[in-house]
Design a protein around this ligand. Sequence first.
Ligand code: ZN
Ligand code: FE
Length: 256
Amino acid sequence: MPSPSIVLVPCLTDNYCALLHAPSTGETLAIDAPQAAPIKAAMSARGWRLSDILVTHHHNDHTGGCQELKDFYGCSIAGPDVESERMPTLTRGVTEASKLTFAGHEVRVIETPGHTLGHVSYYIPHLAAVFTGDTLFALGCGRIFEGDAATMFASLQKLAALPDDTAVYCGHEYTLANARFAMSVEPENRTLAARVKDIEAKRAAGEPTLPTSIGLEKATNPFLRPHSTAIRARLGMAFAPDWQVFARLRELKNKA
Ligand code: ZN
Ligand code: FE
């Protein structure tokens, strides 16, 4: 049975919708629906029909296309149960206990609060892929709007515990700006410096910088590296707990 393929659809200014299509069953799944038109165009160009949407969190730049896509395809829409009152288009609320499948493959819900209180990520072991919305970005992490730094850090640690070869699909193309910040706090990281060159080339060619991988993020993303001696030295926080170094990095990034 061929594995489902994954297509990234750019939406709005810098959002992505990830489409997963399973040739074996004809099903197509969207992770987040920022905007209906580009998603419909990507579907019809391939002759696909949308069967399901999985939403990571309630923000409009991840849900704005839901109603129109539901009306057009009659698809089901699942999203965090905690935020269901803020998302009237949901047909199912999910938690970490939910049993979801796509084309016969398990889809695990990972609760990753911090950006919003109900934010979830979706992990598909068969594809070795995780969809992290606005929690983990390539070289960055989401702003903490509804949770606190300790909550967000715990969520990122859950994602970092996935296998290193897990492909990471996030909700935005923020990688270049994130790269500049990462270089400002850990310029001595050679893996990071090499990655930044690669990112610059990809963006210059108009290509997405995604997916990334858990292993690459652990090696280069400052928000997963609060233990780094170089970062700690730069922040003057040699002996602080990891989550406090993380909180300081998030504050600095907000001001960058
Ligand atoms: Zn958001
Ligand atoms: Fe967003």
